[in-house]
Design a protein around this ligand. Structure first.
Ligand code: SF4
Length: 374
């Protein structure tokens, strides 16, 4: 067994050193332990169900996957961080064993539990003692009516706020995820004010991609999305927690543009702490393993490059032609392919695929017109 230092914890997952590349190893492995879940959220990527799906990885297959993930280690190469997600990872009877097997290999673990009756104080105390570095909770509205209307189970709003406070009490860092759609966007300022009254490490605005059950909801227009990102940038300056985005990589363009306008050079921008997020996108720094072992560039880009029951995740991540293309912005098409921000941003490959059927196309959520290379 190889024991290698895990990447330092920083939010759900971890951060790369400035200038880090992702050709040989991802920063985060999102691992869907099961798609069993007691909720039935309207935007669920996993289209979660009450019971585990046939073909879910067995405990032995899951431990073999951990051995493979430990194989990402190399000279000067930190191990990826694992985010155990679902469905509801608390529905895996062998969760404690898998967390122990991961941390025993030096792999950092975060958890994305569903807010159900399984998420008790005892469970949170166990998470803390088991070395789980952070958890994520979803809050999709500032009132019970708005949040429970997305989560489809009454009482989830109150339970989520209770879980948030409980996590603070037991010392578990929390990332709160909030869905951004045409109907939830106007409520974001109220969600922000609500969260300011609680303790969290990070708030992630998840810009809907219309897949799974999420195809029943409507994405923002590019202009509306840009307004939300500018608002997030503004409130993020004074927020008591970090504000980030998921599947809205062009948030980095706004941050980088502000530095360039302030007179920074590209080299100075790349040395800025914000650059730790640069380049991370579906298949580049991120890889996803489904409950049945399929490997995809992310949870929102449903193109399987192989299955961990037959192949090593290391070779699938490093060598698959699709994964290699997704890591090379010079293969991108349209605006993203000629954009001066493509190395730092690169757009959502998942949204490009959902809208056009080609993961290398431009991100349709970004309104930016590149200035160079046209
Ligand atoms: S055009 Fe593409 S690469 Fe450029 S900022 Fe927009 S999403 Fe990012």
């Amino acid at each position: 067994m190889t024991h290698t230092a895990a990447r330092p914890a920083h939010g759900i997952g971890s951060v790369k050193p400035v200038g880090w590349a992702y050709d040989t190893a991802p920063m985060i492995v999102y691992w869907e332990l099961t798609n069993a879940c007691g909720l039935a959220c309207r935007h669920c990527r996993a289209t979660a169900m009450p019971d585990p799906a046939p073909g879910e990885l067995s405990t032995e297959q899951a431990i073999a996957l951990l051995d493979d993930i430990a194989g990402f280690a190399g000279p000067g190469e930190p191990l990826p961080h694992i985010v155990m997600t679902g469905g509801d990872p608390l529905r895996r009877p062998d969760l404690a064993r898998l967390v122990g097997e991961a941390t025993g290999r030096g792999i950092g673990v975060s958890l994305a539990p569903a807010v159900t009756g399984l998420l008790t104080r005892e469970r949170m105390e166990w998470m803390k003692s088991a070395g789980i570095q952070a958890i994520s909770l979803s809050l999709d509205g500032s009132t019970a009516g708005l949040h429970d209307g997305v989560r489809m189970v009454p009482g989830t709003f109150d339970a989520t706020l209770e879980a948030l406070d409980l996590a603070a009490e037991v010392g578990l860092p929390v990332q709160v995820n909030t869905l951004v759609t045409e109907t939830t966007a106007s409520d974001l300022p109220a969600v922000y004010e609500l969260l300011r009254g609680h303790t969290l490490m990070q708030w992630s605005l998840f810009f809907l991609i219309s897949i799974g059950r999420g195809s029943e909801l409507t994405e923002l227009s590019p202009g509306e999305a840009e307004k939300v990102l500018l608002w997030a940038q503004r409130v993020g300056r004074d927020a008591p927690f970090r504000v980030k985005t998921t599947e809205a990589m062009h948030y980095r363009r706004l941050g980088a543009a502000a530095l360039l306008r302030a007179g920074k050079t590209r080299e100075e921008v790349e040395a800025h702490p914000m650059s730790r997020a640069f380049g991370i996108r579906d298949g580049n720094g991120i890889v996803f393993v489904s409950n049945t072992g399929d490997v995809t560039p992310s949870g929102f880009l449903p193109l399987s490059v192989g299955n961990v029951k037959e192949s090593s995740i290391v070779s699938l991540y490093r060598d698959d032609p699709l994964m290699r293309s997704l890591r090379d912005p010079d293969t991108f098409l349209g605006r993203c392919g000629r954009c001066e921000y493509r190395d730092w941003c690169g757009g959502s490959r998942a949204r490009a695929y959902a809208w056009t059927g080609n993961a290398l196309e431009s991100d349709p959520l970004c309104p930016y017109q590149p200035k160079v290379g046209a």
